[in-house]
Design a protein around this ligand. Structure first.
Ligand code: AMP
Length: 210
């Protein structure tokens, strides 16, 4: 049995063609059913539907053999206890700093609101800049508007969310896409099944790129 951890929404939708290539088609739609464990057309594969930020935890502890989640989540969590064999090149976006359209460039000591505390700390430290980081769980865009922070660090795709809140993207921290991660023990114990799956995912990637 193989268990794959994945989050609902964009990553799930964009991962479906990869799963289909391996003969894995979920028998329920997680958007409309409340099941957290989904059967698939393969008797030996189940999907578990969890928050993107929980995917590394489930895979690390072996509650799932494999997982699909964003590089942002993996960097924030740390990946030393996981294998990350494949960039699926889906759910692409950019991790950026952003500030109010009228805000001056950051100097001296300033406040940054983000849910990416570790990445943000490392980023500003690498620039030798003094950032006080405020952890938020959502609606980061609000923070500069109400004086909570001077800037934010968040994912940007089209930039429309920033624009709608009178913010603008400033510095690119990194390009983000979703990755396949594998539990280290499962990679040994279920090697044939996992390696086959990775090859099938790779095949989907190559046919897309050609
Ligand atoms: P946009 O308005 O298109 O720039 O999208 C920005 C909003 O979508 C922000 O709230 C982001 O946190 C979220 N977002 C953008 N891309 C992704 C992604 N690949 N995964 C998760 N959230 C994303």
């Amino acid at each position: 049995m193989l268990t794959i951890a994945i989050s609902k929404g964009r990553i799930y939708e964009e991962a479906l063609p990869f799963l289909a290539e391996a003969g894995i088609i979920p028998t329920d739609n997680p958007e409309t059913c409340r099941k957290l464990i989904l059967d698939t057309t393969r008797d030996d594969v189940k999907l578990i539907i969890i928050r993107a930020t929980d995917v590394p935890t489930f895979v690390e502890y072996g509650a799932a053999d494999l997982g699909i989640t964003g590089k942002d989540v993996l960097l924030e969590h740390g990946t030393e206890n996981l294998y990350e064999p494949l960039d699926l090149n889906i759910a692409r976006c950019r991790l950026m700093t952003a500030a109010h359209q009228d805000a001056p460039p950051l100097t001296g000591r300033f406040r940054v609101a983000t849910k990416y505390v570790n990445i943000t700390e490392r980023y500003f430290a690498s620039l030798g800049m003094q950032a006080d980081i405020i952890k938020l769980y959502g609606s980061m865009e609000l923070a500069p508007l109400v004086g909570l922070a001077d800037c934010i660090v968040d994912l940007v795709e089209t930039g429309n969310t920033l624009k709608a809140n009178h913010l603008e993207p400033r510095e690119l921290i990194m390009h983000i896409s979703s990755r396949l991660v594998v539990n280290k023990a499962a990679m040994k114990m279920k090697n044939t099944a996992i390696v086959t799956l990775i090859k099938q995912f790779e095949h989907t990637l190559h046919t897309r790129n050609s």
